[in-house]
Design a binder for this molecule. Structure first.
Ligand SMILES: Nc1ncnc2c1ncn2[C@@H]1O[C@H](COP(=O)(O)OP(=O)(O)OP(=O)(O)O)[C@@H](O)[C@H]1O
Ligand SMILES: [Mg+2]
Length: 226
């Protein structure tokens, strides 16, 4: 390992899904290093394995073969509880479909990860509010997702992803449900967060979104190409 460990280091990672007796070899030997403060975009055709890779990076799924170090910790060796703890501490997620709780205010949505982290109510409120204000949603704290625009919902999701102060943000098609103007705003937000030190890994189908990343990778049939 280098003197400064990478935020992400994957070595020889394979993943196969078994479905109806058929094996789909979704990842076929992934090697990847991502350093602190990088902004990496991953592109590639539908079914090439991008989301599978993202699930492994996010500790939502384990590789069947190969190794994964997250901030120097060998996460492939951790059990379920330890994995959940590291996921909650180190990683923020945003998805194409926002994945907000529908019957819950913006503030409560953003507080949720802090409940799991065992932070007390008063501090939770304060941190969630500050994070929403940072996203320009100070006037929308008590709105429910259905009362917010797509771009606003994605900014709530970003606030929720970042309220635990993770080192790493994983974004799987975060602009996939947004018009181009709103996509541009979300992208700008990601760039600003990255400039403040957040490591960002972004999956996108859109060339002009990927063009803003510091490094672009392409997935093809379960393999990564620069
Ligand atoms: N839970 C699962 N069970 C079985 N097969 C799966 C599962 N998830 C993904 N696959 C298969 O693994 C392969 C890679 O899927 P993945 O979702 O990683 O692709 P992707 O690059 O994210 O595609 P898209 O751009 O459409 O989101 C595909 O062939 C897919 O059908
Ligand atoms: Mg996908």
């Amino acid at each position: 390992m280098n003197a400064v460990p990478a935020v992400i280091r994957l070595s020889g990672v394979h993943k196969t899904y078994a479905q109806d007796g058929v094996n789909v070899h979704a990842l076929r030997g992934i090697d990847l290093d991502i350093g602190a403060g990088e902004f990496v975009a991953i592109m590639g055709a539908s079914g090439s394995g991008k989301s599978t890779l993202m699930h492994i990076l996010g500790c939502l799924d384990a590789p069947e073969r190969g190794d994964y170090w997250l901030n120097g910790t060998a996460v492939t060796r951790l059990d379920g509880d330890a994995l959940a703890a590291i996921r909650n501490r180190e990683i923020g997620f945003v998805f194409q479909s926002f994945n907000l709780l529908a019957r819950t205010t913006a503030l409560d949505n953003v507080e949720m990860p802090l409940v799991y982290a065992g932070i007390d109510k008063q501090e939770r409120r304060a941190r969630a509010r500050a994070e929403l204000e940072r996203m320009g949603l100070g006037e929308r704290l008590l709105h429910h997702p259905s009362q917010l625009s797509g771009g606003q919902q994605q900014r709530v999701a970003l606030a929720r992803a970042l309220v635990t102060r993770p080192a790493l943000l994983l974004a799987d098609e975060p602009t996939g449900n947004l018009d181009s103007a709103t996509s541009g705003e979300i992208l700008q937000l990601l760039k600003t967060l990255n400039q403040r030190g957040l490591t960002v890994v972004l999956i996108t189908h859109e060339q002009d979104i990927a063009a803003h990343a510091g490094r672009r990778l392409r997935m093809s049939d379960g393999r990564l190409e620069a």
